[in-house]
Design a binder for this molecule. Structure first.
Ligand code: CP
Length: 295
């Protein structure tokens, strides 16, 4: 709900200054065990959840499916039951199947945080995006947010198009027809023409093309992608004055975004998103473990 989102954002705000200190240590999760179970590759989400847990004092274990008994054929259910038997206090999971986090949550005795499931949801990414936007503009209500690129396969777009309108933002989705959803939720505009969709936008959120989630051959039909859907300075000039550029990463420079624009701290909030990710994930770990800590 909007109140849940605002609550987590307010909690996260309290950790931003903490993360900028030379020594970052808080003991509230001492004695608790956090398992980060990643069945898909990650840089930002895995490292920030690991840092978040360690900064709160938790014992953090990273489980990578690539080097686990998943490679010997062990199922998601058996993997979850096995990890649960080790009595973790919180599980963070990333998986390539939609609904995997929910499936695992139903098997676990501890809280489960979805760190991205297939093309379904990436809730902590959406929360850190909203936090970044709120810090830049001081509000979410009334802002126009253009999400551009491979919307169809993007869990980041999925979670953002559900959370931003709850807080009063107008969301527009821009991309080639093959990468747009067949239907957008009520109130969300679909644009095949980038210049039309970006006009007057306060936030331009770029997404990478997710070749790994596409049917064979679709990538080959995209032609001059940067020319039609890449974000350049000239294109950004069509957005609102001072519009902020975002990208959840990983970026493909020169494919969906001009590299020099991505590096411009006046216009790009991309590294700020990464920084907010640690604060937001600390807040999530703190909040979900409160019952176990008697809070
Ligand atoms: N934004 C995001 O989820 O990045 P990673 O895949 O590197 O975690």
């Amino acid at each position: 709900s909007a109140d849940d989102i605002r609550f987590l954002l307010d909690e996260a705000e309290q950790w931003i200054e903490f993360n900028r200190r030379p020594r970052k240590q808080d003991g509230r999760l001492v004695g608790l065990t956090q398992i980060n179970a990643f069945f898909e590759n990650s840089t930002r989400t895995l490292v920030s959840f690991e840092l978040a847990g360690k900064r709160l004092g938790a014992q953090v274990v990273n489980f990578s499916a690539a080097t686990s008994s998943v490679k010997k054929g062990e199922s998601l259910k058996d993997t979850a039951l096995t990890l649960n038997a080790m009595r973790p206090d919180v599980l963070v999971i990333r998986h390539d199947a939609n609904g995997a986090a929910l499936q695992v949550a139903e098997l676990m005795d501890c809280p489960v945080i979805n760190a991205g499931d297939g093309s379904g949801e990436h809730p902590t990414q959406a929360l850190l995006d909203v936090l970044t936007i709120r810090r830049r503009f001081g509000r979410i209500e009334g802002l126009k947010v253009a999400i551009c690129g491979d919307i169809r396969h993007s869990r980041v777009a999925g979670s953002n198009m559900r959370s931003l309108p709850l807080l009063g933002a107008e969301v527009r989705l821009i991309g080639p027809p093959s990468l747009l959803p067949d239907l957008a939720p009520d109130g969300i505009g679909l644009f095949e023409d980038f210049d039309e969709g970006i006009a007057g936008a306060d936030v331009v959120m770029m997404l990478r093309i997710q070749h790994e989630r596409m049917e064979a051959g679709l990538s080959g039909t995209l032609g001059d992608y940067f020319g039609r859907y890449g974000l350049s300075r000239a294109r950004l000039d069509r957005a609102a004055p001072g519009a902020v550029v975002m990208h959840p990463g990983p970026m493909n420079r020169g494919v969906e975004i001009d590299g020099e624009l991505a590096d411009d701290p006046e216009r790009s909030a991309i590294l700020e998103q990464v920084e907010m990710g640690v604060a937001l994930r600390i807040a999530c770990l703190d909040v979900v473990t409160r019952p176990a800590r008697g809070g």
